[in-house]
Design a protein around this ligand. Structure first.
Ligand code: PLP
Ligand code: SF4
Length: 481
């Protein structure tokens, strides 16, 4: 076949590369043998972090000096909250057609709007349609696409697996604790849009407010379950917990003898690194919990959420250096999103840049089936292709695992571990033997990734049923192979 020939000659070309003058980095240096050609400077792009005063491009921040911009209190006070305020802030720099589109988009969105000045100024306002940060926070009506017919709110069934409100105990030895329902930003795609943020026109939220009494119920449950050893403190977002609450929750959980690991989950470092640089009380409280854990041989770490390399600037580096200097491990969980990081090169750049600032890339999630954000989802195939490209680009331990959080409460699965995947219908089927044995869990690719005739099939209730049954039968045959 012709293909084989092409591959052979490409390989041949590579091995043909021997030492040339360009390999010498000093004219008088002895020749250095290298098995690899000289690096293309674009390969080192991940080290170029923004150092400019980028926020001055926003009219409202034009006179803000660096010291003020790096102050977390200023960042919080000047966060843009609500769609009117947002439009007002960018109306002179964003294109008119885009502004009208965004106003319409807000009226259809299940999440409230909240963006930090930091993120808002990192958006390229000359081309907001294609900006990866804009895409995550600000809906535009013309890009919205209709929900998949198999999609429900709280697709992960977090509430069903909750023994007390705000505590999800799905896996054997670990639980997810949601002490609050606010975040420094509100992401369009939030999996917990059933609880996070204020009520919107389309969704009334479950109540998970800051409430030490409710927390005590969660602690008592945790204490009563000796198999639990790992607690994820999420939300909402630990960045929005008062420093005293960070310390109280952390210490209370460390006091439970069988708890060995805590993770504070926060999008903070990605959206407001200033807090780490200037909120000494909060940072010290977290450090005390980490240090106390270390004394007791218990691991306390931070899990954060960067999605695009543009979110990582020199300010981020300074913040992450502070974590590193205090010996606090920071891991990252990314959500794979169309127009944000669904290209091989962007994901590789993100992974390398996370390594550059000492953040450990832990997971890349297939986008959950969340209402109203179908435009952000990708097919599972995209996930698999990107994984193939990223693996090998850096150290194995810095290579994230690409996963699907199986809808219906199957938990996180290696994206590759499906029992069946039909790329035509877009149905993938997973099992989770140690979480919910004997059950199948299905994920559905978004309609916009499917062929037109299949999209028609999904509208037809009878065909829908058939496609699902076929997929389940194929999965069953595979399990019993
Ligand atoms: C993600 C998650 C965890 C933690 O899972 P890891 O794979 O260990 O990161 C725990 N509980 C729930 C309900 C979760 O969704
Ligand atoms: S920061 Fe996390 S919990 Fe908060 S809105 Fe964004 S995705 Fe949801």
């Amino acid at each position: 076949m012709n293909d084989t020939k092409a591959t052979e000659s490409a390989l041949q070309k590579k091995t043909d590369v021997t030492i040339t003058e360009s390999h010498k980095f000093r004219a008088d240096a002895p020749e250095v043998r290298s098995a690899r050609p000289p690096v293309d400077p674009s390969e080192l792009e991940f080290r170029n972090l923004r150092t400019d005063e980028f926020w001055r491009a926003i009219p409202a921040f034009a006179d803000i000096d660096e010291e003020t911009f790096l102050d977390s209190v200023w960042q919080m006070r000047n966060s843009v909250y609500g769609s009117d305020k947002l439009i007002e802030t960018v109306k002179d720099i964003a294109p008119d057609d885009w502004l009208a589109d965004a106003v319409e988009g807000f009226s259809q969105a299940p999440m409230a709007v909240r963006v930090t000045p930091y993120l808002l100024s990192l958006i390229d306002w000359s081309d907001p349609y294609n900006d990866p940060i804009r895409t995550q926070f600000i809906p535009v009506a013309s890009r919205l696409t209709s929900d998949h017919p198999m999609l429900t709110l709280d697709s992960l069934n977090e509430q069903k697996d909750a023994p007390v409100p705000g505590l999800t105990h799905r896996y054997h030895d670990k639980a997810l604790f949601l002490p609050l329902n606010t975040c420094p930003v509100y992401c369009r795609f939030c999996t917990r849009s059933y609880a996070i943020g204020v009520d919107t026109d389309t969704v009334e939220k479950v109540n998970l407010k800051v409430n030490p009494k409710r927390w005590e119920e969660a602690f008592e449950y945790i204490a009563s379950r000796p198999e639990l050893e790992d607690i994820v403190i999420s939300g909402g977002d630990a960045f929005n917990l008062a420093f005293k609450h960070v310390e109280n929750i952390g210490m209370r959980l460390l006091d439970i003898p069988h708890i060995k690991r805590l993770r504070f989950a926060t999008k903070g470092p990605a959206v407001m690194p200033m807090k780490v640089l200037s909120d000494e009380k909060w940072f010290d409280a977290l450090s005390r919990v980490v240090d106390e854990g270390r004394k007791r041989h218990k691991q306390v770490v931070v899990h954060t959420h960067f999605n695009n390399p543009n979110e990582i600037t020199e300010i981020t580096r300074r913040a992450m250096n502070r974590f590193f200097e205090r010996g606090i491990i920071v891991r990252n969980q990314t959500v794979l999103q169309r127009g944000v990081n669904d290209s091989e090169e962007t994901m590789k750049l993100l992974v390398k840049r996370l390594g550059e600032v000492n953040v450990h890339p832990y997971y890349v999630y297939q986008h959950d089936m969340v209402k109203g954000v179908e435009d952000l989802r990708t097919s599972l195939r995209r996930n698999l292709d990107i994984e193939k490209f990223v693996r090998g680009a850096t150290a194995g331990f810095n290579t994230p695992m690409f996963i699907v959080d199986a809808p219906g409460g199957g938990g996180k699965r290696d994206a590759h571990s499906y029992e069946h995947y039909d790329t035509d219908t877009g149905i993938s089927v997973y099992t989770a033997p140690s979480v919910k044995p004997g059950k199948f869990f299905m994920y559905f690719d978004p309609l916009h990734s499917l062929k037109e005739e299949v999209v028609q099939d999904w509208q037809d209730e009878k065909r829908r049923e058939e496609m699902v049954q076929d997929a389940l039968s194929a999965a069953l045959a595979h399990v019993n192979r």
